[in-house]
Write a protein of this length. Structure first.
Length: 358
């Protein structure tokens, strides 16, 4: 299966998108937006493309707590009201929340209608809109319900990023760093040299990062092997994300937590496989430069371990499964570093507060 040729961007992308819209304008177009993309992105889309005058706009709230089957039902109900048929088209215009919910709603309505993604956050451009995972949370457990279903196409236009808040850009930047680290020294070096999330926010770099994910997804669509490499930084990152959601009034965004996870899991990679200490230093300094240092309550280790075990369906600490790297560009999955090393890696991050790693 080769799905990377369904990603479009730039001038060619806009003209392909126009063709798709005209192809479906008779059978009904439904545009899923959230409370921000309705005002910031929909006007751009309508200005660029003809044939959307009669499209039905479906709006949902883009909060993680809203990523539920109830939101999907709201979308299904709107599709019924708008007489959507098998050959209709849903356009998911938004971040990962919209592409996850919209993709799932479209994939299941009448056993599946056509959908395309127009991601409007950096994170969705390089990650969420790609690879065909769709779904919602259940009882606040992330992505418990869902299906693998590929959009007909993904359209990546960096102009949507003009209105994206800086913190959201940083969140996507962390996933781009992850892609670089599992892919190649060249891509990682490029990030180090650019040393700026603003400078990587253009279509060339975004497409390069998207291609890393697509290459992996193409060889392991259902995640039985190498696709697990995309979880680098995520075992510890997810636990930190949940921890922050529990304690902070303004919790860390996903990518902000993943940036910390990347540092900790690189530390583990250094200890287990001899990943170059200098690469850990370069990563730690880059992250420290761009992301505020996160302060845990005192001694968070046991709580974070418990969150990791919960995330991995109540595994014991010795069974906590990690995706790591032997070195930059050489991922390895199904690794079990154990409690002591996990705690050491957290201490390593916590101690970074006192200054850059020299
Ligand atoms: N399916 C996958 O493979 C996959 C991969 C990674 C993440 N995800 C999912 O993606 C979701 C997170 O996605 P996200 O980070 O894009 O968050 P999001 O969709 O919640 O968007 C973040 C915020 O940015 C706003 N926004 C979106 N585009 C904007 C723009 N152009 N200008 C201004 N504001 C804009 C949104 O309204 C929202 O408030 C999570 O639910 C996560 O589980 C899925
Ligand atoms: Zn992620």
């Amino acid at each position: 299966m080769n799905i990377s040729n369904s990603i479009y961007s730039g001038v060619v992308g806009w003209s392909r998108l126009q063709e798709v819209i005209l192809e479906y304008s008779q059978s009904g177009i439904y545009i899923l937006v959230d409370e921000n993309t309705v005002g910031l992105c929909l006007p751009v889309l309508k200005e660029k493309c003809n044939g959307l005058e009669n499209a039905m706009i479906i709006e949902i709230q883009s909060t993680e707590s809203n990523k539920t089957i109830a939101s999907v039902e709201k979308v299904w109900q709107q599709l019924v009201v708008g007489n959507a048929v098998r050959n209709s088209l849903m356009i998911c215009l938004g971040g990962g929340l919209i592409t996850d919910i919209g993709g799932f709603a479209a994939a299941t309505f009448k056993r599946g209608i056509n959908f395309i993604h127009i991601p409007t956050t950096l994170l969705a451009m390089v990650d969420a809109a790609l690879g065909g995972k769709t779904g919602v949370n259940l009882n606040s457990i992330k992505n418990q319900i869902g299906v693998f279903s590929l959009p007909k196409a993904v359209f990546i236009f960096d102009e949507f990023l003009k209105t994206l808040p800086d913190r959201q850009k940083l969140s996507g930047y962390a996933e781009m760093l992850k892609h670089a680290m599992i892919h190649s020294e060249n891509l990682f070096d490029k990030f180090i040299v650019l040393n700026s999330h603003e400078k990587v926010c253009n279509e060339v770099n975004i497409l390069e990062s998207a291609a890393v994910k697509m290459e992996i997804v193409n060889s392991d669509f259902t995640e039985t092997g190498i696709r697990k490499a995309l979880n680098f930084g995520h075992t510890i990152g997810h636990a930190i994300e949940s921890y922050s959601q529990k304690y902070d009034t303004d919790p860390l965004l996903h990518g902000e937590a993943i940036a910390i996870g990347l540092i900790c899991e690189s530390f583990i990679s250094m200890r287990m496989f001899g990943m170059d200490k200098n690469d850990l230093k370069r990563l730690a300094n880059l992250v420290s430069w761009h992301f505020p240092h996160y302060r845990f309550n005192s001694r968070p280790g046991n709580e974070l371990l418990a969150l990791m075990c919960h995330d991995k369906k109540n595994a014991s600490t010795s069974k906590l499964n990690f995706s790591l790297i032997r070195k930059i560009g050489d991922p390895v999955y199904d690794q079990y570093p154990g409690e002591k090393l996990i705690l050491e890696s957290l201490h390593f991050y916590i101690n970074l507060e006192v200054g850059f790693f020299v």
